[in-house]
Design a binder for this molecule. Structure first.
Ligand SMILES: *[C@@H]1O[C@H](CO)[C@@H](O)[C@H](O)[C@H]1NC(C)=O
Ligand SMILES: *[C@@H]1O[C@H](CO)[C@@H](O)[C@H](O)[C@H]1NC(C)=O
Ligand SMILES: *[C@@H]1O[C@H](CO)[C@@H](O)[C@H](O)[C@H]1NC(C)=O
Ligand SMILES: *[C@@H]1O[C@H](CO)[C@@H](O)[C@H](O)[C@H]1NC(C)=O
Ligand SMILES: *[C@@H]1O[C@H](CO)[C@@H](O)[C@H](O)[C@H]1NC(C)=O
Ligand SMILES: *[C@@H]1O[C@H](CO)[C@@H](O)[C@H](O)[C@H]1NC(C)=O
Length: 545
C-alpha cells in the first residue's frame, strides 16, 4: 500500500518537473475603447492609472502594439490569431440581431489552453457571435463565462439598447454561462472584478489558470446614459475640466482599481510569481461620434473605426515576475494576432501553423527586434484598406473624415492642479504588493520610462484624407501623427505596398454592405433578454454538444 503511494508521489514529482503541473498561469485583461492618452504611463497626469502603470514600469510596456480598430474584428483576431478580414469578421461590429460569428472551423485561444490542461474562464465581453448557443464562449473553449455577449451594456442595469427601423428595443445582456443573470446588482466593473477575484480564490492550483477579464469599461453605455460611474468616483475626478471626460476618468479609475484587485488576489493565492499578465485595449478610444466615450488618443491621429494610428495603435503591456529584473520598453512591432503564438510559447507549448500570428515571446523577453513587419486593416464594409509595412503605412479608400483627425487636445484641461502622480503610485495596491515582494521601483524616477509620442504639428492644416483611388502614405516611425503624405516622394514604396495590400485583399472573406437584423431576436419575445434566438432552428447541433 505504502509503496504504491511512493510510486504515485514520485510520478507526481516527475510530472511537475516535466512542467505539466507548473505551466504559468495567464491572466489577460482587456479594456474596451480605452484611448492612447488615457493611461498615465503614456505621460498624462490628468487620468491616473497607477496600478496599470506599475505593471508597465516593472514589466514590459509595448510601444508599438497594434490591434484592429473595432471591437468584433480585434477580438476575433485575438481569439483566432488570424486577421479579421480572413474570417469575415472585419468592419462594423456585430449587432445583436445579426446571425454571424467566428467560423466554427476556427480553434480559439481558450481551446488551446484547455487542451493543455488549463482551467479556462471568461469574465466580461465576448462579441464574436451569440445568435446560436454553439457560438458562445462555453461552447468554444471556456469552462465558464460570466458577462455580456455583445458590444456593451448599461453599467448598472446590464441592458443593451438598439435603435431599429421601427424604434428602440432593449434587453438584458448579462449571463452566467447560458442563464440570464437577473439576480446580480452593482457597478459592472466591480461585478466583473469580483467574479475574477472569486475565480482566482477558488482555483485549484493543481491546474494552471487561463483567465480572460474582458471589461465593459470604459466603453460608452446606451444612448441617453452613455457615461456612467458612481457619483463619489466622479467627484474624486473634479480636476478634469470637461464634464464628460470627468465621468470617463472615473470609469478608467475603476478599471485601474480592478487591476490592483486582481494583482492582490493573485498574491494572496501565492500564484502571482507564476502568472503572466497582459493588459491591452481592444482598439483606440472614440472621442466623438457614435458611442463616443470622451476617450483621447492624443496626439495620435484618428479614432476607433479608423485605420489611422489612433484607431489601431493601442495600450499594451506584458508582465511576469521573470521580467521585473530588466527594465525596458519593447519598441518592436506587435499585432493582436500575435498573442496566441506568443502566449503558447510563453507557457512552453507548441504553436499551430496555419495562423497569421507570429511568436514574439523570445523577441519581447530578450528585448530583440520584432519578426513582424506587416499588418492590415481591410474593411470592405466601409470601403477602405490599409497596410503597415516596416516603417510605412498606406491607406486607400473611403475613411470617414470625422474619425480621421487629431482629437482629444480639447479634453486635456485641468482645473487647478493635476492630482499628485507619485502619491497615487505609492498608494496603489500594486505598489504595496510589489514593495512587499522586493520588486523595487524608484518612484522619483518613473517618468523617464514614460512612452511619449512626439509630433511635428506644422502640417495639421492639410492632412491627407484617403479617398477611392487616392492614396496616402505615411512614415509612422518618423511621423507618428500621420501628417505628411509621402506618396509622390516614394512611388516605389507605394507600388510595393499596394501590391502586398491587393494580394492580401484576395484572401479576404467578403462582407455584405448592409446589416440584417432578424426580427425574431427582439428581446420582448424572450422575456426582455438578448438570447441565442436561432437555437430552435439549430437544435440538432446543440443537442450533440
Ligand atoms: C519564469 O522562468 C522560469 C525559469 O525559466 C520558468 O520555469 C517559469 O515558468 C517562468 N515563469 C513565468 C510566469 O513565465
Ligand atoms: C536577437 O536577434 C538576432 C538576429 O535575429 C539573433 O541573432 C540573436 O540571437 C537574438 N538575440 C537573442 C538574445 O535572442
Ligand atoms: C518581412 O517578414 C517576412 C516574414 O517574417 C520576411 O520573409 C521578409 O523578408 C520581411 N521583409 C522585410 C522587408 O523585412
Ligand atoms: C531615484 O531616482 C532619483 C531621480 O533620478 C535619484 O536621484 C535617486 O538616487 C534614485 N534613488 C535610488 C535609490 O536609486
Ligand atoms: C497624396 O500624394 C499623392 C502623390 O502626390 C497624391 O496623388 C494624392 O492625391 C495625395 N493624397 C491626398 C489625399 O492628398
Ligand atoms: C423573466 O424576467 C424577469 C425579470 O424581468 C425575471 O425575474 C424572470 O426570472 C425571467 N423569467 C425567466 C423564465 O427567465
Amino acid at each position: 500500500m505504502r509503496s504504491r503511494w511512493i510510486i504515485f508521489i514520485a510520478a507526481l514529482i516527475k510530472m511537475s518537473r516535466q512542467g505539466s503541473f507548473t505551466r504559468p498561469n495567464v491572466v489577460f485583461i482587456i479594456a474596451d475603447d480605452l484611448g492612447w492618452d488615457d493611461v498615465s504611463f503614456h505621460g498624462s497626469n490628468q487620468i491616473l492609472t497607477p496600478n496599470i502603470d506599475m505593471l508597465a514600469y516593472t514589466g514590459v510596456p509595448l510601444e508599438r502594439y497594434y490591434s484592429h480598430c473595432i471591437c468584433t474584428p480585434s477580438r476575433s483576431a485575438l481569439l483566432t490569431s488570424k486577421f479579421a478580414h480572413v474570417l469575415g469578421m472585419q468592419g462594423y461590429p456585430l449587432t445583436n440581431a445579426e446571425d454571424r460569428a467566428i467560423p466554427l472551423t476556427e480553434k480559439l485561444l481558450p481551446e488551446y489552453f484547455k487542451d493543455l490542461g488549463y482551467a479556462t474562464h471568461l469574465v466580461g465581453k465576448w462579441h464574436v457571435g451569440h445568435s446560436r448557443s454553439r457560438y458562445l464562449p462555453t461552447f468554444r473553449g471556456f469552462d465558464t463565462h460570466f458577462g455580456h455577449r455583445a458590444g456593451y451594456i448599461d453599467y448598472y442595469e446590464y441592458l443593451l439598447l438598439e435603435t431599429w427601423s421601427k424604434g428602440q428595443v432593449s434587453g438584458l445582456d448579462l449571463y452566467r454561462n447560458v442563464t440570464p443573470a437577473w439576480d446580480v446588482s452593482g457597478y459592472v466593473t466591480e461585478l466583473y472584478t469580483n467574479e475574477a477575484v472569486n475565480i482566482i480564490r477558488n482555483h485549484h492550483i493543481s491546474r494552471p489558470l487561463f483567465l480572460m477579464l474582458s471589461h465593459n469599461a470604459p466603453h460608452a453605455a446606451n444612448e441617453g446614459a452613455m457615461l456612467q460611474a458612481p457619483p463619489e468616483q466622479v467627484r474624486a475626478q473634479r480636476h478634469v475640466e470637461s464634464p464628460q471626460r470627468r465621468i470617463y476618468s472615473a470609469m478608467v479609475k475603476m478599471l485601474d482599481d480592478s487591476v490592483g484587485e486582481i494583482i492582490k488576489e493573485l498574491q494572496l493565492k501565492h500564484i502571482l510569481d507564476n502568472t503572466i499578465i497582459v493588459f491591452v485595449s481592444d482598439n483606440g478610444g472614440i472621442t466623438t461620434g457614435e458611442t463616443a466615450n470622451f476617450a483621447s488618443n492624443y496626439p495620435l491621429r484618428g479614432l476607433k473605426f479608423s485605420p489611422f494610428d489612433g484607431g489601431i495603435r493601442v495600450n499594451g503591456l506584458i508582465w511576469s515576475k521573470n521580467l521585473t529584473d530588466s527594465r525596458y520598453t519593447w519598441k518592436g512591432f506587435i499585432h493582436v494576432v500575435d498573442w496566441l503564438p506568443t502566449l503558447l510559447t510563453a507557457v512552453g507549448a507548441s504553436v499551430p501553423k496555419d495562423i497569421d500570428g507570429i511568436n514574439l515571446w523570445e523577441s519581447i523577453t530578450s528585448n530583440n527586434e520584432s519578426n513582424r513587419n506587416v499588418s492590415y486593416e481591410i474593411n470592405d464594409f466601409d470601403g477602405y484598406a490599409a497596410i503597415i509595412f516596416n516603417d510605412y503605412k498606406l491607406i486607400t479608400g473611403k475613411v470617414p473624415d470625422s474619425y480621421s483627425t487629431h482629437e482629444g487636445k480639447e479634453l486635456k484641461g485641468i482645473i487647478g492642479k493635476a492630482p499628485p502622480y507619485k502619491e497615487a503610485l505609492r498608494k496603489s495596491a500594486t505598489y504595496k504588493i510589489f514593495q512587499s515582494k522586493g520588486i523595487q521601483i524608484n518612484i522619483s524616477d518613473v517618468r523617464k520610462n514614460t512612452i511619449r509620442v512626439d509630433c511635428n504639428t506644422n502640417n495639421y492644416e492639410e492632412l491627407c484624407h484617403p479617398k477611392q483611388d487616392v492614396l496616402c502614405l505615411f512614415n509612422i516611425k518618423e511621423d507618428p501623427c500621420e501628417t505628411e503624405n509621402l506618396s509622390s516622394r516614394y512611388p516605389d514604396i507605394v507600388e510595393t505596398m499596394h501590391g502586398l495590400l491587393m494580394a492580401e485583399i484576395k484572401r479576404s472573406v467578403k462582407r455584405k454592405k448592409t446589416i440584417f437584423r432578424d426580427p425574431k431576436a427582439r428581446p420582448s419575445l424572450h422575456n426582455y433578454t438578448w438570447t441565442s434566438w436561432l437555437d430552435s432552428v439549430d437544435k440538432k447541433t446543440v443537442q450533440s454538444k
